[in-house]
Design a protein around this ligand. Structure first.
Ligand SMILES: *[C@@H]1O[C@H](CO)[C@@H](O)[C@H](O)[C@H]1NC(C)=O
Ligand SMILES: *[C@@H]1O[C@H](CO)[C@@H](O)[C@H](O)[C@H]1NC(C)=O
Ligand SMILES: *[C@@H]1O[C@H](CO)[C@@H](O)[C@H](O)[C@H]1NC(C)=O
Ligand SMILES: *[C@@H]1O[C@H](CO)[C@@H](O)[C@H](O)[C@H]1NC(C)=O
Ligand SMILES: *[C@@H]1O[C@H](CO)[C@@H](O)[C@H](O)[C@H]1NC(C)=O
Ligand SMILES: *[C@@H]1O[C@H](CO)[C@@H](O)[C@H](O)[C@H]1NC(C)=O
Length: 639
């Protein structure tokens, strides 16, 4: 009984439904709005004649158009290879608000996308490959969060692939090959993605971990992309660097590199050959240099332990081997060691994967700016010729890691292995005093004004005094390229306390212009020799002249002696930086700072003030200005 009743109900329901369906067919048999959009599209875009849409017929019957079952909207539009030419007109296709599938592939469509594509909220598949679209990755597409297949391959797109691709959370296929996309690959993290191709673009940098599962051919044919599945990245590979002591403008080496590569890209095969040759050459040079250098380390013992740094550190280090304590246990211990209170969480792997850029090269090693995948920048200093044992190294690191002061660039982490010694510091985007003072003089840059120079002098003095008093650390390498700036123009001392790592083998304070006279003989840096170097730095701020610059009149004269000779002849004003001469009423302060500087560069170490005294002297100098209105009184027009 119940069964019969149920089936009766079921059939009547079915009957009702089919009547409704028929009715709706009759009533809404035409997607009127969509039809107008389509007609507008076809009338505005040049196309071949064989594409004919009969305006009196239902749009759902047209070639390439599919409607939903109720014929109430256009569900898909497929017009591959019908000779569409030029830009997609705005306010046409973008009005098909129910569209699920759009294929306009293999036409000659060009230019940019109309922005009203962002209305196609339900679009699931977009096939636009083999056209001539250009410009940036269309921003409207990252709003279409239902998208599963997106094919923009074989077009003329350029610019970067936006991180916002991650907004397309349902994506299963992303095809961007054969375009002109450049820059780094963003970390595209959809687990749903099964097909992915960015080959034959101009991408560079490392392949994000999230995309490593795709085959090498998905990344092939890019300018400078690395990491698995391709060849490993080699961020700390020594690239041609600027002369020691000068901080390179960040773009310098990389621009040179990309230029070289872009010409090479034209003849793709020759890059490979050239690179291999270059690598071999570098390997040869490094090996030669290494074998010529006297061996300071313990006699090498063979070992089978493979450590991450070996793979990464590159060509130069292959000849050195594990020391006696080396073994599999050491392999585990060779990790980045972070100091307390740090803000970073990355490991050696992340660091080695980061894209790196040479900041400067000095005699203790090369500094790199490393940009980690999550966008954090740090400075990595790769030390060479470290002579101390691991124990001694770690002890010194412990001392340096404790130093925390607003005017000291903090050491965040270190890494020690037989082959590789790395130090990790905060990256200071505002650059160094050296770059600010000497970089591109006269070419429209804003000169460093007097107030900022005083501010830098005082803040750097405070940092150095802190090192001496609280840290009990000799800086050992005070120079203008080691005074890094914050955005507020406060100076921070960096690169401190590294001399003990090199024994007496490396001349302390490598840049001659800053070196105290006694250091040349004793080869030992002291608190007092730091004060001397700081005095030279003050002279540099006052004169605008680099202490190791050849243009100090006679050859071989250093900055302190030059200043002394000029001051002795009573033409003091001549020593000051011409860029300061446009400021009025600062002569008195300049002379005061000059006196402090001259006290610091006294030949006899004991005659030099201690750093806390230097700080006080500079502070007192400023106090005169603010409290007694020294600057005001000289500004007084009645005077
Ligand atoms: C257009 O469609 C109408 C109705 O379906 C038909 O009568 C007419 O012949 C068609 N015109 C062309 C040119 O095919
Ligand atoms: C067709 O329209 C009816 C009523 O408007 C609706 O209930 C039904 O879900 C629609 N069918 C489809 C496949 O969209
Ligand atoms: C791609 O764009 C470049 C310039 O941006 C242009 O020279 C080239 O002709 C374009 N290629 C095609 C196939 O449109
Ligand atoms: C990505 O999605 C977020 C949130 O859904 C949105 O705020 C953002 O504007 C989207 N980005 C783009 C480029 O569409
Ligand atoms: C990658 O390319 C972009 C521009 O194309 C450039 O600005 C950037 O410096 C390059 N990065 C590296 C690591 O070469
Ligand atoms: C990516 O595209 C290139 C060029 O069209 C092709 O040779 C390669 O096989 C593709 N790789 C994958 C994984 O689809």
């Amino acid at each position: 009984m119940a069964v019969l009743l149920k089936s009766g109900l079921f059939f009547s329901a079915l009957f009702l439904a089919s009547i409704l369906l028929l009715l709706s067919h009759r009533v809404i048999s035409e997607p009127t709005q969509d039809k107008q959009a389509l007609l507008a599209f076809l009338s505005q875009i040049p196309h071949e004649n064989r594409l004919q849409w009969n305006a009196t017929d239902s749009a759902c019957n047209w070639v390439g158009v599919e409607c939903d079952a109720n014929r109430s909207f256009v569900y898909s539009l497929r017009l591959p290879g019908v000779g569409l030419v030029g830009q997609i007109p705005a306010n046409t296709v973008g009005r098909l608000s129910q569209l699920r599938i759009l294929s306009l592939r293999s036409n000659r469509l060009s230019g940019q996308f109309p922005s009203d594509f962002s209305n196609l909220k339900l679009l699931r598949s977009l096939y636009l490959q083999n056209n001539q679209f250009s410009g940036e990755f269309p921003p409207s597409l990252t709003d279409l969060t239902r998208m599963t297949r997106l094919d923009l391959s074989s077009n003329n797109f350029s610019g970067t692939i936006p991180f916002a691709v991650n907004n397309l959370t349902h994506l299963t296929g992303l095809f961007l090959e054969n375009n002109g996309f450049s820059g780094n690959l963003p970390s595209i993290s959809q687990q749903s993605l099964v097909d992915f191709n960015v080959s034959n673009n101009h991408l560079n940098g490392s392949i994000p971990a999230t995309l490593r599962r795709f085959p090498a051919s998905a990344f092939a044919g890019n300018v400078d992309i690395c990491g698995p599945p391709l060849q490993p990245c080699n961020p700390f590979f020594p690239t041609p660097a600027p002369s020691p002591s000068s901080i390179a403008p960040p773009q310098g080496p990389s621009r040179r590199k990309s230029k070289k590569l872009s010409t090479a890209a034209i003849i793709a095969i020759s890059i490979g050959a050239a690179l291999v040759l270059l690598l071999l050459l570098l390997l040869l040079i490094l090996c030669l240099r290494r074998s010529r250098r006297p061996q300071r380390a313990k006699p090498p013992k063979p070992s089978a332990t493979a450590r991450p740094a070996t793979a990464v550190a590159g060509a130069g280090t292959s000849s050195s081997k594990d020391d006696v304590t080396g073994g599999s246990a050491e392999g585990e211990r060779n990790k980045l060691v972070f100091f307390e209170g740090g803000i970073y969480s990355f490991d050696l792997e992340d660091l080695l994967r980061a894209s790196a850029e040479v900041l400067g090269k000095g005699s203790v090693g090369t500094s790199y700016k490393a940009v980690l995948e999550e966008g954090t920048s740090v400075v990595v200093k790769r030390l060479k010729d470290v002579v101390v044992t691991k124990k001694e190294f770690e002890m010194q690191m412990e001392v340096l890691g404790k130093i925390k002061h607003d005017n000291v660039v903090p050491l965040r982490a270190f890494y020690y292995s037989k082959d590789e010694k790395l130090l990790v510091y905060d990256f200071m985007p505002a650059g160094s005093l050296s770059a600010l003072l000497h970089g591109s003089r006269g070419s429209g840059r804003t000169p460093l004004d007097w107030d900022n120079r005083i501010r830098i002098a005082l803040s750097a003095a405070r940092g150095l005094a802190y090192l001496h008093v609280s840290g009990q650390v000799v800086h050992g390498n005070i120079k203008s390229s080691n005074i890094l700036l914050r955005h507020d123009h406060d100076g921070c001392v960096s690169d401190f306390g590294l001399n003990p790592l090199f024994g007496s083998s490396t001349p302390p304070n490598r840049v001659t212009g800053y070196r105290a006279p006694e250091v040349v003989e004793t080869r030992k840096v002291t608190f007092k020799s730091d004060v001397y170097s700081f005095g030279v730095l003050l002279l540099e701020l006052l004169t605008g002249k680099a202490p190791n610059q050849a243009s100090l009149g006679e050859e071989g004269i250093d900055l302190p002696r030059w200043v002394q000779s000029v001051v002795r002849e009573e033409w003091t004003a001549e020593v000051f930086d011409v860029e300061l001469m446009r400021h009025n009423n600062i002569e008195e302060e300049m002379v005061q700072l000059l006196q402090i500087a001259m006290a610091c560069v006294a030949t006899v170490p004991d005659q030099r003030p201690a750093m806390p005294d230097v700080v006080r002297m500079i502070e007192d100098m400023n106090r005169g200005e603010t409290d007694d209105g020294l600057r005001q009184s000289s500004d007084d027009p009645s005077k």
